[in-house]
Design a protein around this ligand. Structure first.
Ligand SMILES: Nc1ncnc2c1ncn2[C@@H]1O[C@H](COP(=O)(O)OP(=O)(O)O)[C@@H](O)[C@H]1O
Ligand SMILES: [Mg+2]
Length: 297
């Protein structure tokens, strides 16, 4: 098995020495789980990011996905969230190992990503169906990370000394986050990263989510990752963004002003994270924030 140097670099950049030791044993971990769960490889998926995701079949030839992540809090939280969804609206977790960061998932077939659909209205309709299907209350006795904790990222950005994001926008993000929280009808379980590449088509179940982060917050925030994604290739990204905001509000019965405030808040946080992670695309998210501000005025 050849683990590409591009993938290795990405992992080491993101996880440092934990990433190095995870990569060192990755091939043998994969081998262990192939044997333990009687799996045959069909090779890794094409769009690897921070996890090693392999198409596999079991001993009966049925298709599954083997996903391996650096074993940490986020990976364990993903498994916990998948268990709560239990295959309803989101690909099902069938087997897992918390310590090794390994998951065996239902494979969505053909597994086409929502980003492959070109008609924006069709994309939005499919998106809103999945958004509705994965609404869940927080479970008693299950601790879930919270958006309030995520938003400490804005304070970290202020303290970093970087000034590429204007202070007035960081302040607006903080204020709007508070306003959305203060007017919230309740905190629930959010997917936390519901964008085009995390929504796949299954012949059996239609469009389904994958890859949940699992975070407690107001459901309006679960729209933002989708809004700011896949705008690069559009001739007029600003009008597509506006179309998304307006159509989603209509289809999900959301308050437009409130969604824009949630979007300014979380969009700014994404841009701050992008700068921190040296993501060259951080400014595209920042541009969306500026458009959200214009739409709000
Ligand atoms: N259950 C699944 N069924 C089919 N394809 C999947 C499944 N899970 C992941 N994939 C494919 O692998 C890609 C990366 O998986 P994902 O879980 O999103 O990893 P990451 O956390 O690194 O983003 C997805 O965009 C999709 O193409
Ligand atoms: Mg993903």
């Amino acid at each position: 098995m050849q683990i590409s140097s591009k993938f290795q670099k990405k992992i080491i950049n993101a996880f440092g020495s934990d990433g190095v030791s995870w990569l060192d044993s990755l091939e043998s971990t994969i081998q262990t789980y192939f044997e333990k769960w009687e799996l045959t490889s069909e090779g890794p998926v094409e769009n690897l990011s921070y996890n090693y995701v392999i198409k596999v079949t079991d001993s009966a030839g049925a298709p599954f996905i083997l996903k391996l992540g650096v074993p940490n809090f986020d990976t364990r939280n993903e498994m916990k969230t998948l268990q709560i969804y239990n295959g309803d609206g989101c690909a099902k977790l069938l087997k897992y190992d918390l310590e090794d960061g390994v998951m065996l998932l239902e494979r969505l077939v053909p597994g086409r990503m929502l980003s492959t659909v070109s008609d924006e209205i069709v994309v939005i309709e499919n998106y809103t169906k999945v958004w509705k299907a994965i609404r869940r209350p927080l479970l008693d006795g299950v601790s879930t990370p919270s958006l309030t904790h995520w938003f400490e990222g804005l304070t970290n950005y202020r303290n970093s000394g970087d000034s590429q994001i204007a202070l007035k926008h960081v302040q607006a993000a903080e204020e709007f986050f508070q306003q959305v929280m203060d007017s919230s009808e309740g905190t629930e379980l959010l997917h936390g990263d519901l964008h085009h590449e995390n929504i796949l088509y299954s012949e059996e179940n239609g469009w389904m989510a994958i890859d949940p982060k699992g975070v407690a917050g107001d459901p309006y925030f679960d729209v933002v990752s989708f809004l700011v994604n896949q705008l690069d290739s559009k001739v007029d990204p600003k009008s597509i963004l506006k179309l998304r905001v307006d159509t989603i509000c209509e289809q999900l019965g959301l308050d437009r002003q409130r969604l824009l405030k949630a979007s300014i808040a979380l969009g700014t946080l994404y841009a701050c994270w992008g700068i921190e992670d040296q993501d060259p695309d951080w400014d595209k998210t920042y541009q969306c924030v500026k458009w959200f501000i214009e739409f709000l005025e």
